[in-house]
Design a protein around this ligand. Sequence first.
Ligand code: GLA
Length: 741
Amino acid sequence: MQKFSLRLLSRALFVSVLASPFAAVAADKTAASFDAEHKVFRLDGGHVSYVFGVNERGELQSVYWGGRLQAGDRFPMTHSVKGHTTFEATTSETPQEYGGWGAGLQFEPALKITFPDGNRDLVLHYQSHKLTDNGVDITLRDIQRDVRVVLHYSIDANSGIVARSATITNGTTEPFTIEQAAAATFALPRSTDYMLHYLTGRWSSEWQMNTRKIDQGETVLESRRGSTSHHNNPYFAIGRDASVSEIAGDVWFGEMGWSGSWRMTIEQDSLHQVRITGGYNPFDFAYKLAPGQSLESPIFYVGYTSGGYGEASRILHRFQLAKILPGNGHPKVRPVLYNSWEATTFNVTEQGQIALAEKAASIGVERFVMDDGWFGQRKNDHAGLGDWYVNKEKFPNGLKPLIDRVHGLGMQFGIWVEPEMVNPDSDLYRAHPDWVLHFKGRPRTEGRNQLTLNVAMPEVRDYIFKFMDDLLTKNDIQFIKWDYNRPFSEPGWEQMPPDEQKKVYVAFVDNLYSIFAELRKKHPNVEFESCSSGGGRVDLGILRYTDQVWTSDNTDAYDRVIMQEGFTQAYTPGIMMAWTTDVPNGAENRSVSLAYRFLVAMEGSLGVGDNLNKWKPEDFELAKKMIAAYKDVRNTVQHGSLYRLASVRDNAPYSATESVSIDRKQAVLFAYLHSSTLRYPYPRLFMQGLDPKAMYTIRPIYGKADKATPVTASGDYWMHVGIDVQMKGDFQASAFVFETK
Ligand code: GLA
């Protein structure tokens, strides 16, 4: 039962936060309306209208999703699409908001159920509705059986983002099995020119941008791994045609709030209608629902803009800051952190960490984080996970001396954990070998020498909550880096009856969320980072509980330029952890200057991960200057509007981004050069999003502008005349601040 109340809580949060510094359009109390004469529902928010209606058969039919319409615009009664041939049933050709698999539906259903008598026909018709503060709840019911689906719709008054989810309830007298359950289906206007943008990758190379044309058939974006995955992120953006650019054109986009196996399908049918359906991944999915029980889907968030891919990203960024991240619409600015991982790996000791902390404090670091290696028999990645007691050899006096010293240096203290995992070589596994995901009697596949605890089990959930609660109660800790370093394998749950075991995909993640919710409630001043061997768990589900994410284990600064562009398509730079680290970087054996490394990391939430024991005095001097400069602009970088002035895609030699503060009084420009060739000068950069009339004074953080560049000029000047940056060589970077008085 707990999971339902928690999900409802998160939905309530979404509804309640109206005032926010990220407001684009004034809040509007009449977000949802119902035209009873024509049975048409309409949601209006931001620059978006979303319309659907009840057709003559009682199906809930998609009508319109796009730019905001006039208040007086009305839609006629919705009519189903006639089946054009015997091979295309009318149920298939009619775009439904949430179609059950039945009555000849040939495309992706939102819901598929097998009943105990073998019947698999499910036909959902409108039954009733209830307008809510910023949306509507619609109840659908099967035409014969008491299977009820409540579709929750809400629209964000500022961003126009529509949030949809479904609660499926068994009102019959027998259990049935859900085989496929989506949050929602969305329909696009009929067109043959849509271009799909999506993010793929793998460990250490997450956030790669891809584009493909949407043709007849189905494109599947998914994770079957039990978690969000490095390989495909639950994000999509669809441009109306190939001419849609960074700065203009119709874009529909969306993200899922789910940290387990997920799936989105983008399907073009034989009439060139395009539908997007997303929710739980139906692969290996079965959820048996007893009479009276409900299953709640994840939330699927979607948006629309006519302002191109750049504006689509900015809408998502603003929405995440205002409505998703902890902080009730006012997420805290991220402190500059130091993390010991790349400097020490598992060789953490009290003295070693204190030595690093002292050096970190001297350059302006605000949060010191001790990474892996401090607990159990953790000498390397073969042992110790699961045994969350302080290693006495490394910390003979416990953590207190280190924590006190870090606080004494004026920094916060953070620590690494990986609660959902266990090494077979651990006391926990020796005591509870049955606590891991496994199939009885079958081999257990290890990843990084570890197995996954079955967090769906109540005793495992309680174990994790208890040790985390103890850690935070007994130690003065301000920050937790929560890691998750392998995907599911053999996802059995032998303690459950065979036909209930597949519930693990849902129950695992629900329990994880409930642990976070309870920890945050009990320790409200502690912040969390979602890490999963880098960016393997970044989605709008986990982001309700975590303040920042680890972008990738690949910290090579040039690779990061590529990945950061991909990341910020979908997620705000305010949560994107970016560290400087030692060179040559292990990922590519590449050496770039410390200045370049800093400027790349300053595009997100800045961290330092170098071995400070190896730094020369001039490195400390440069770091001090860069960190001070970052503190000056971080509000703008983390919470402002991001413009991609030149893309690094397709190995472009030049790339540049600009962040503008919400009040448009400050802008920061970052420009990067891979390699100059054939004596070409750096291309001119044209600023965006400035106040045209305001006078902005430019000053460098690092690098030089052309001699002819004025010191002060209008927003119009910087946007139309632009700025020539002087850069030549390999892996060069420059940054400038523009400020009004
Ligand atoms: C993962 C993380 C790293 C580091 C190690 C520690 O790989 O992504 O940042 O914390 O685990 O084992």
